[in-house]
Structure formats: C-alpha cells, structure tokens
Write a protein that binds this ligand. Structure first.
Ligand SMILES: [Cu+2]
Length: 164
C-alpha cells in the first residue's frame, strides 16, 4: 500500500511533464520501473517498512510469526485456531515480565493496571475467528497475553523486545 501511494505521489509530482504522461499511457519498460523503484528508495518510500505479524492462538498457546519485530508500523493478523475456547490477544508495553503483571482474585490480569500501556486489545475471539489490527510500535519491552480466565498462566503469554 505504501509503495503504491509513494508511486502515485511520484506520478502526480511529474504529471506536468510529457514524459510522465507517456509513461502512464504505455506499459513501463523494466528499466524505467527499476529507475522509479530506485528513486522511491532514495526518497525514503522504502517498501518493507511495514511489518506483518501473524498471531496464532490455540488452547493453550500464543505464537507470533515472525517473533522479531522492528520499530514502526505493524499489522497483527490474529487468528483463534482453537476449536474449543474463546481466546484473546492483548499486547501491552511494560517493564514487567509476563508472569509479573498484576493479577486479580479471579486469576485475570488487571486490564486497568497502570503498570502497563495497552497497545492491542483483541477480545472475544471465538474459535475459528480472527481480527486484523495495525499499530505503530516504538522500541521497548512488550508482553502479550490472553485474559480469558487464567489462560495466561496456562501458556498464553509471552514477551518480546523491540530495539532501535
Ligand atoms: Cu485464552
């Protein structure tokens, strides 16, 4: 998407020139396309800035693919692959370890805790259902968990660190 919008900007910026019009009317030869892509790279419109992370929920597990994330825009494609239980995907930024988040008497993590910053809250994901959520992540330490009953204690939690 980013690549397309950058490309459109480039076309728009040069629309006054006859050359640009010709290029729009005829299929772009490979060399021209290569030059355009090089310009996109030089102007900072680099495809690949945007990351996609697949989150697979099972009973009881949460798997992120890939598990190495860079700072910037991230789209989480969350899928509950369990056939039996509703699950959730919470992502919070915190200095705490996954097993040190504040837990209430009901065994659930206190979602209003001031010990973390809520980044993603994909709740009530029924078996087979999913959700897509895009966020911008800064460098820091992140913890994810499912907050149905005490699923986080049964393996549905984890952490990762984003470095500069
Ligand atoms: Cu769960």
């Amino acid at each position: 998407m980013k690549l397309i919008s950058c490309f459109n900007q480039l076309i728009r910026a040069e629309s006054s020139s006859i050359h640009a019009l010709i290029y729009m009317l005829i299929p772009l030869p490979r060399t021209i396309l290569t030059i355009y892509l090089a310009v996109l790279g030089l102007t900072g419109c680099v495809p690949g800035d945007h990351q996609t992370v697949t989150v697979t929920l099972t009973t009881y597990g949460t798997k992120l693919t890939p598990d190495k994330i860079r700072p910037g825009e991230v789209t989480f494609i969350i899928k509950n692959n369990a056939t039996d239980l509703v699950h959730e995907f919470f992502l919070v930024q915190t200095d705490l370890a996954p097993d040190k988040l504040p837990v209430g008497d009901d065994g659930k993590i206190d979602e209003d805790s001031l010990h973390f910053l809520k980044i993603v809250a994909a709740e009530d994901l029924k078996p087979g259902s999913g959700r897509v959520i895009s966020v911008t992540l800064k460098p820091g330490h992140y913890v994810y968990f499912c907050n149905i009953d005490a699923h986080h204690m049964s393996g549905m939690r984890g952490e990762f660190t984003i470095r500069h």
